[in-house]
Design a binder for this molecule. Structure first.
Ligand code: AMP
Ligand code: GLY
Length: 426
């Protein structure tokens, strides 16, 4: 079958790479893809943007695409699945109503509370003056979140009231994230360790992926501003077997049934961002898609046929599907352009990408080919992903490669995965 992947980041490179490995797939198109997907066997980029839903449908019809897999949240929230399905095309992802779990923090919190799923206490504000007044009655730290999609720029963890006030002003009054900041959620600050818990559901059956942990802050030691993610590893021992069961039974299942009660069927990847404090697990956020960069290390460990899995999800046929995981550990280290997550330069030549091997794969996030040269074209540029007998070995392999890769202004965190190794030692 022919498959279409929508998006252009490291997640989409990994999705397309894994789908192309399946004997079921004859060709995988990526719209619009990047320089990494352009180099892969069986994969071809097409220059249609991920928000051109009409153009994508035309392409899928003309090429007789059997299955479309959507990477980023924007097209999902804007109803790409609804439109593909109206045209009788299989498209993996939640419809626009279900994607509101990520598209609106207020909606997500309402669902969690109605479903009895533990989450941080919160208040919603539509008026900046009322939000500022509320600050007088509470203590920092607190978290200020724009309600809508803000490409990772809508959340401010405020360790003092001044930072919270600035965040309210910049989101609501100065419209830093546009209409996404018309209303905000102010949340209690939670402590603990974060884990990413991602599942695939056909609306009825739920198949969990291997657990993982992302590193959201830009700098070593979890310092600096929040980013889309600077690196991830899988599995994480933070999620014990007992916790895994608890998350499936007391978090994922009630969320899906609360949606169902409201007439909303959720199909596709569902990503729960968890805060784990001792034995207590709370949901920080839901994303309506696979994680980036979690996808890269998770799919490195997948032995099962990913195209079969995605097709089954679209055909409501996930019953009893269990994914076969490589027992080894994996890690993905993101290499980014200086200035990220704010503004950054593009167009620097990238040198030193090592030859691929079974235990090492460099996924491209923001790259282009320009007159025969590979150049940076985004904030997150590469995700160096490695497998190892244990996490330490995976870390060694990945960091040996990052040490040789370079472009003007390139940077990366030097401690991806170390948190886990230190906690294991203690
Ligand atoms: P979100 O997009 O809601 O997951 O927020 C992005 C990041 O901000 C999370 O991954 C956490 O690192 C941090 N964060 C969000 N909400 C809270 C909270 N209530 N308490 C502490 N940290 C938070
Ligand atoms: N890595 C975080 C995310 O995909 O939202």
């Amino acid at each position: 079958m022919k498959i279409l992947v929508i998006g252009s980041g490291g997640r989409e490179h990994a999705l397309a790479w894994k789908l192309a490995q399946s004997p079921l797939s004859t060709k995988v198109f990526v719209a619009p893809g990047n320089a990494g997907t352009a180099l892969e066997e069986k994969i071809e980029n097409i220059s249609i943007s991920s928000d051109d839903i009409k153009g994508l449908i035309n392409f899928a019809q003309n090429e007789k695409i059997k299955l479309t897999v959507v990477g980023p949240e924007d097209p999902l929230v804007h109803g790409i699945v609804d439109k593909f399905e109206e045209h009788g095309l299989l498209c993996l992802g939640p419809n626009s109503l279900a994607a509101q779990l990520e598209g609106s923090k207020t909606f997500m919190k309402e669902i969690l509370v109605s479903a009895g799923v533990p989450t941080a206490g919160y208040q919603v504000f539509n008026d900046p003056e009322l939000a500022l007044e509320y600050l007088n009655n509470i203590e920092a730290p607190i978290v200020v979140k724009a309600d809508g999609l803000a490409a990772g720029k809508g959340v401010v963890v405020a360790h003092d009231k001044q930072t919270a006030e600035n965040a309210i002003n910049s989101i609501m009054k100065n419209k830093k994230v546009g209409d996404a900041g018309k209303s905000i959620v102010i949340e209690d600050f939670l402590t603990g360790h974060e884990a990413s818990f991602i599942v695939l559901t056909d609306g009825k059956n739920v198949v969990p992926f291997a657990t993982s942990q992302d590193h959201k802050q830009r700098d070593d030691g979890d310092k600096g501003p929040n980013t889309g993610g600077m690196g991830a590893y899988s599995p994480t021992p933070l999620v014990t077997e007992a916790m895994h069961k608890e998350v499936m039974e007391n978090i994922i299942a009630p969320t899906l049934s609360e949606l169902k009660k409201r007439g909303i069927e959720y199909k596709g990847f569902l990503y729960a961002g968890l805060m784990i404090d001792g034995n207590e697990i709370k949901v920080l956020e839901y994303n309506c898609r696979f994680g980036d960069p979690e996808t890269q290390p998770i799919l490195m460990r997948m032995n099962s046929d990913f195209a079969d899995l995605c097709l089954r999800a679209c055909e409501y046929n996930l019953k009893d599907f269990e994914i076969d995981w490589d027992k080894r550990s994996s890690i993905g280290v993101v290499m980014a352009s200086s200035g990220y997550p704010e503004s950054y330069a593009k167009g620097s030549e990238i040198k030193g990408i090592p030859k691929e091997k079974e235990s090492l794969k460099v996924f491209h996030c923001g790259t282009i080919q320009d007159k025969g040269l590979l150049k940076s074209n985004g904030g997150r540029v590469l995700c160096v992903t490695a497998l190892g007998e244990d996490l330490s070995q995976a870390i060694d392999t990945a960091y040996k490669a990052t040490g040789n890769i370079n472009w003007d202004g390139c940077f990366f965190r030097s401690d991806i995965g170390q948190r886990d190794i230190s906690s294991n030692k203690s």
